[in-house]
Design a protein around this ligand. Sequence first.
Ligand SMILES: Cc1cc2nc3c(=O)[nH]c(=O)nc-3n(C[C@H](O)[C@H](O)[C@H](O)COP(=O)(O)O)c2cc1C
Length: 273
Amino acid sequence: MTLALTSPVMVASGCGGTGRELAAYGALADLGGFVTRSITIAPRAGGPAPRILETPSGLVHAVGLQNPGIDQFLALELPWLLQEGARVFVSVVGRSLGEYGELARRLGRTPGIAGVEVNLSAPDVEDGSVFDAREPFHAASVVAAVHRDLPRGTPVLAKLRTDVLRVAEVARAVLDAGADAVVVGNALPAAMPDGRPAGLSGPATGPLALRCLTEVVAAAPGATVVASGGIATVDDVRSALRNGATAVQVGTALLHDPTTAHRLHAGIGEDEA
Ligand SMILES: Cc1cc2nc3c(=O)[nH]c(=O)nc-3n(C[C@H](O)[C@H](O)[C@H](O)COP(=O)(O)O)c2cc1C
């Protein structure tokens, strides 16, 4: 199944807020997709402050998967995004395979979503409250659980960690388990100055994510691959597309300049004109 995006530029999970913050800077409907922050069954309050620090190589963040939980999300956030005409990919994360299945069933009963993105790595949450999907077999089990409980025709994107050494192996496993696309990658495992687990996003992740992309494209020819990590300029988008990506996700760059996704969408559109 293809993702059938109208633009190759998407908003990365957790970097576009609820969408309302971003909509002030351009129509969400113009973009290829809006990936929500990762949604869990129960609400999560997130980690203590400070949650985000700027460093020369990018943002270090320990948001801790703050989200309102699936009930509130479906009641308050999703309807607004759909009404704006956004192609919404709901990112999900669970404690267990059972929770992933439950999230898929809830989303499967919700008309209008463009797809489900399965978050297989949360580098700032390492307290056992998220299913450990580092091993290819475990990652594949998560994708199979989500795939099984979604209606046919709802694309499943598997978001992999930026692990250059194992990404090809994990990608093959999740594609075999029914993923329609893989997203490479996520924030890198890092730490806050006080030692709390954190993610590192932004410029430093770009070349690593690009290497993950080339590894996956070589290992799984023909697979739909979406690039995430350090995308900030039209040249970054071109490079990802030239190296086999179908689309890109813009994350940290949006926190610096909320017009970035729309600028990249316009810039790539000019290439095609
Ligand atoms: C503040 C912040 C919050 C994030 N929250 C999530 C999240 O909830 N789920 C997820 O899969 N990725 C999350 N990410 C990771 C991004 O979606 C993206 O994969 C990563 O930051 C690499 O891309 P970038 O360098 O363009 O930011 C978050 C990143 C940042 C900076």
